[in-house]
Design a protein around this ligand. Structure first.
Ligand code: CA
Ligand code: CA
Ligand code: ZN
Length: 234
């Protein structure tokens, strides 16, 4: 009986050791998933005339993921924008990202923005804003957000603007897309906010659609402010 007890204890030790050997926790790479936000051109026709859109609408969508390490540093590749003054493109994008910094005491985005020759859309440990050709002519921009599934920590973001549109600095013309306008919306995805679809939210920065000549997304509305403060505090 006593000998049997010893044997059982011995087996237990063997089993525990082998399980630890087969599944060492430190060797499991953290699982990274990706969110993809596609920004479409508005199809026109307006919405429900009974609801009047206002930038005081309080809607926002917080994805639940966020940056742990701030500020976020990012780089801009202005080639492909079709705008000859590349420095002004970087400045327009910087203004767009800094709009979110205004409404939280956290420094979300670094004020020092470098230019790069990299293109976004790749997990390369560079947060990049760039231009590229897109097959769908209704897609204005795409933002990718990579994050650790377990901790919900954002690890990388990239935004690509479509070269199929004519882009411009402000003020845009009725036939051009404002870099700053679209970049302000995409920066909202970088800090974890999702798109809003209701017509009554169409004056908020995080509204899902944009049009030529638009600049209303450059200043945050009530819901946008509530969203950034939900994720990072006031
Ligand atoms: Ca900043
Ligand atoms: Ca990247
Ligand atoms: Zn969006």
């Amino acid at each position: 009986m006593r000998r049997c007890g010893k044997l059982l204890i011995g087996l237990h030790v063997v089993v525990l050791v082998s399980v630890a050997f087969l599944y060492p926790a430190y060797a499991e790479p953290p699982v990274i998933d990706r969110l993809v936000f596609i920004h479409y051109k508005a199809r026109g026709g307006g919405g429900d005339p009974a609801t009047t859109p206002t930038d005081q609408a309080t809607n926002y969508r917080y994805t639940g993921i966020h940056w742990f390490k701030l500020p976020v540093t990012y780089e801009v590749n202005p080639s492909g924008s079709g705008i000859s003054d590349r420095g002004a493109v970087v400045t327009a994008i910087t203004y767009a990202f800094e709009e979110w910094d205004k409404y939280t005491s956290k420094e979300l985005f670094s004020n020092l923005v470098a230019t790069t020759t990299l293109t976004g859309g790749y997990r390369d440990e560079h947060n990049v804003v760039s231009w590229a050709f897109m097959s769908d002519s209704n897609v204005i921009a795409i933002t990718y957000v990579w994050y650790y599934v377990a901790t919900k920590e954002i690890v990388e973001c990239d935004t690509i603007f479509s070269t199929r549109f004519v882009w411009s600095l402000d003020p845009p013309s009725p036939s051009t897309m404002s870099v700053r306008n679209i970049a302000t919306h995409e920066a909202g995805h970088w800090i974890s906010l999702g798109d809003l679809n209701p017509y009554k939210d169409s004056l908020l920065t995080m509204y899902a659609y944009s049009t030529y000549g638009e600049t209303i997304k450059e200043t945050l509305g009530k819901g946008d402010v509530l969203g950034v403060q939900k994720a990072y505090g006031a």
